[in-house]
Design a binder for this molecule. Structure first.
Ligand SMILES: [Cu+2]
Length: 568
């Protein structure tokens, strides 16, 4: 017995810096690797995932998921109706240089205080859990609850076990940790991966037979924070920091970014942005499935040939095919750039460059507002054309069985039972000190703005299953925010007060920032779909810029069963 106690204590005092880096990262300029595919078999995908972290010699902290075969952040590939069983083991250690590092024992004691990971609610640097972003699955423990579920390093592997809904739209979803207060550090460190609901070629035969490529774009702290901008860049105004300590938006499209980016873990660091490499056969058409797994960075993707933007054939957004409303056939929306807020996904057809030339995947600058971070123009990957280029590992079926039409009425044709107004706002903790910390709020209009309180358990909004509502989300701050809600997709009805008629659904949407001379706060109107019985329960909606979410920009909703009194 004594020996056991000793072993447990020894693991507690181990620090991240004392172990070799388990979260391997390719060098800058590498060929973009494909994440390993874990595919369901006979209707079941069973996998082990262990979350690790490490402090690198340069002081940076990495986080990663490693599966039972040693693969990092594998693609989870499932079909509608499949059972997904994941065993999550927490091997996190107290990151170097954090407050908790000074008292690791105390940290661990707190993490395991409650014993039961389903009821723990522990929010510490070494606790973790999983959120399955975009899936309409129940917000209960062992499925998709993130409010109370907290797995500590002392816990045995924690089982996630749920069925992918039979009517889940085919497309790109993702998994990441969702511990309030610590989401940013874990996701920024690299804890994220793609989840693919197979069958997109059944929804849109324009992509049937195409090779497909999953690209996960993550952000991370700058590798060269003190480097001057590249000499090839125009001179930009003096660097300023925003209230979060990140490089502030300077409005020029250049200068030091708030964060570096990586593409399937190949870093593309400031200041020279050495591009990663994607090899394609000349003129080949591929389906690119791009996830913005950044903690705070907005993307604005474009593919350039000789500096000229190419047409990208968008076919799905946030895991939902563009023709989801069922009336538009094999819809492809050709655009020369695609904006992707943190958390969102875009799936599009790309045509490779002709033999002898090359293309460039870039993200163009995003104006995040006077209070926002600097997201400048930068390269991500060179696209080379060669007959010898290997095909991506995964090909979409050539003659797919068409997906049956949706059995539920199109959300756009329904009448909302009510309209609610919510707003994003920010406040300095000391209004007289511009350097004091910022508090972030997401408030139901009429209530007093308050940071999300994870212990309260009192819902900010109560709705009935079976209904649909319109929510107007305003931005009363001077930087962008990205609204996201768990367990359901919504329809964007109005953008900046003007109706849009989108034939598809989203789960994450950008809300433009407020400027003083504006007559009204910028807003979006969303039709929220509470019809699916899987959405019954208590869950969260929040800003998907994770330092805002961790800082309090989150609210709690309870969806009550349609037939009268709540069952819990
Ligand atoms: Cu935000």
């Amino acid at each position: 017995m004594k020996e056991l106690v000793f072993i447990a204590f020894a693991s507690v005092v181990l620090h991240a810096a004392e172990v070799p880096s388990i979260c391997r990262r390719p060098p800058a300029g590498s060929t973009v690797p494909e994440p390993e595919d874990l595919r369901s078999q006979n209707g079941v995908l069973k996998a082990d995932l262990t979350i690790h972290n490490s402090t690198e010699p340069d002081g940076s902290t990495r986080y990663c998921y490693i599966d039972g075969n040693g693969n990092q952040s594998p693609n989870l590939r499932v079909r509608p109706g499949d059972l997904l069983i994941l065993h999550l083991k927490n091997d996190l250690m107290v990151p170097e240089g954090t407050a908790g590092a000074a008292s690791p024992v105390h940290e661990h004691m707190r993490a395991g205080k409650n014993g039961d990971p389903c009821a723990s609610g522990a929010m510490t640097a070494t606790s973790t859990n999983l959120h399955f972003h975009g899936l309409t699955i129940p917000a209960v423990c062992h499925q998709d609850d993130v409010v109370k579920t907290s797995v500590s390093p002392r816990d045995p592997p924690f089982e996630y076990r749920f069925r992918i809904p039979a009517d889940e739209p085919p497309g790109l979803y993702w998994y990441h940790p969702h511990i309030h207060g610590f989401s940013k550090v874990q996701v920024l460190g690299g804890a994220s991966g793609a989840l693919i609901v197979e069958g997109i070629e059944r929804a849109n035969k324009e992509v049937a037979g195409l090779p497909e490529r999953v690209l996960v774009i993550r952000d991370q702290d700058l590798i060269n924070p003190n480097a001057p901008p590249s000499k090839s860049e125009p001179v930009v105004p003096k660097l300023l920091l925003d209230r979060d300590g990140d490089a502030a938006n300077n409005g020029t499209g250049f200068g030091k970014p708030a964060k570096d980016l990586s593409i399937n873990f190949v870093p593309v660091p400031y200041p020279d942005y050495p591009a990663a490499v994607i090899e394609m056969k000349p003129d080949e058409r591929q389906l690119w499935r791009v996830l913005n797994a950044s903690a705070i960075t907005y993307l604005n993707l474009a593919v350039l040939f000789n500096r000229a933007p190419q047409q990208l054939g968008l076919i799905a957004l946030d895991g939902v095919p563009l023709n989801h409303s069922g009336t538009l056939g094999d819809l492809v929306e050709w655009q020369n750039h695609l904006g992707v807020p943190p958390g969102a996904r875009v799936e599009f057809i790309v045509k490779g460059p002709p033999l002898g030339s090359r293309g460039l995947l870039v993200t163009r600058t995003v104006d995040t507002g006077p209070g926002g971070e600097n997201d400048p123009n930068r390269a991500l990957a060179t696209i080379t054309a060669s007959e010898k280029a290997p095909e991506p590992r995964s090909m979409l079926a050539t003659s797919p069985q068409p997906l049956p039409p949706s059995s539920v009425q199109w959300l756009g044709n329904l009448t909302p039972v009510r309209t609610r107004r919510l707003y994003f706002s920010e406040k300095l903790t000391d209004p007289n000190n511009p350097n004091s910390a910022t508090e972030f709020y997401l408030t139901v209009d009429g209530k007093t703005p308050a940071k999300f309180d994870p212990q309260s358990g009192v819902p900010d909004i109560v709705v009935k299953q079976g209904t649909v509502e319109d929510w107007i989300i305003e931005n009363r701050s001077n930087e962008l925010h990205a609204f996201h809600i768990h367990q359901l997709h919504f329809l964007l009805v109005d953008y900046l007060g003007k109706p849009v008629s989108e034939p598809f659904l989203r789960d994450t949407v950008n809300v433009p920032y407020y400027k003083k001379q504006m007559l009204a706060y910028p807003s979006v109107r969303l039709r929220m779909d509470f019809r699916d019985p899987n959405a019954i329960g208590t869950f969260v909606y929040h800003c998907h810029l994770l330092e805002h979410e961790d800082g309090g920009m989150m609210g709690l909703i309870r969806v009550e069963p349609a037939d009268g009194a709540p069952s819990f």
